[in-house]
Design a binder for this molecule. Structure first.
Ligand SMILES: Nc1ncnc2c1ncn2[C@@H]1O[C@H](COP(=O)(O)OP(=O)(O)OP(=O)(O)O)[C@@H](O)[C@H]1O
Length: 261
């Protein structure tokens, strides 16, 4: 049985398997005067082998949505599921295991361990889980990301772009059901960023990976299959097969609307 087939996966009405789903998801921080409704009844699904970009103004709830869906933050009401697992029903240890076994993360701060080599960093989550990497898969990821000649290097001996690629390799090596990436190109020059986005795109197309990526950059968003727009904790729009121009136009329209409200 393949790794991904080991879990029951719900079907979406459109026919594709759903890797993760939020239903009426709300998240409130603080109370009284400091109360902030970061997410206000968000319903969205992320289909398997689909690349989704999440966009929206600063403070619109993008990171909160990703953290709640990834089991990194608790939810106030509604539901968040990975596959058929309701995150709210899990205890801390079960959540930790779910994140370890089924979810991959790429954050702006790469969180690489400085004393480990690139290869050791890539395989660390699997080592912790007591699993061995699939050698062919690992080879494919390392080659595609152009890291073959850098595996013995420590993070301090790598460029920022190479460190980011190591972080991406680490997220994909365990074949997670879904990868959450928060501004993965934020620290990269445009060429390294384009390479990384190209790889994410290929991992969706060729390897059937599911990716959810927060970005402010219309060009980065254009690598995705669809863009979901958040404003004030709500989903306000969606574009399929986006071009950078279409994303930019939509962002301008929101800005204009915001100014007239
Ligand atoms: N730990 C927290 N405690 C209190 N309020 C928070 C916390 N985290 C986020 N918020 C608030 O929730 C709202 C949404 O924040 P979030 O970080 O999800 O926005 P974002 O769209 O990712 O913003 P940015 O693009 O600036 O990163 C903001 O008003 C923010 O101030």
């Amino acid at each position: 049985m393949s790794h991904t087939a080991a879990y029951a996966v719900p079907r979406s009405p459109a026919g594709g398997a759903v890797a993760a789903r939020a239903t009426g998801l709300s998240k409130v921080y603080g109370q009284g005067e400091t109360r902030v409704a970061a997410l206000d009844s968000v319903s969205v699904e992320f289909r398997r082998a689909e690349f989704t970009a999440i966009m929206g103004p600063s403070g619109s709830g993008k990171s909160t949505l990703m953290h709640c869906m990834a089991g990194l933050d608790s939810i106030s009401s509604g539901s968040a599921r990975i596959g058929d697992v309701e995150l709210g029903s899990l205890g801390d240890r079960q959540l930790t295991r779910l994140r370890r076994d089924r979810v991959g993360f790429v954050f702006q701060a790469f969180n690489l361990l400085p004393t480990l080599s690139a290869l050791e960093n890539i395989t660390l989550p699997l080592d912790i889980a007591g699993r061995k990497p699939d050698p062919e898969w690992l080879q494919r990821i390392v080659t595609t990301l152009g890291l073959s000649g850098r595996l013995a290097h420590r993070p301090s001996q790598l460029s920022g772009g190479q460190q980011q690629r190591v972080a991406v390799a680490r997220a994909l090596t365990a074949k997670p059901e879904i990868v959450f990436a928060d501004e993965p190109t934020g620290n990269l020059d445009s060429r390294s960023g384009a390479e990384l986005l190209g790889f994410l795109r290929e991992s969706v197309q060729a390897l059937r990976q599911t990716i959810v990526m927060v970005t402010h950059d219309p060009v980065a968003a254009s690598y995705a299959d669809r863009v979901v727009f958040l404003a004030d904790g709500r989903i306000v729009d969606e574009i399929h097969a986006p071009t950078a121009d279409a994303v930019l136009d939509r962002m301008k329209a929101f800005d204009a609307k915001g100014r007239t409200n």
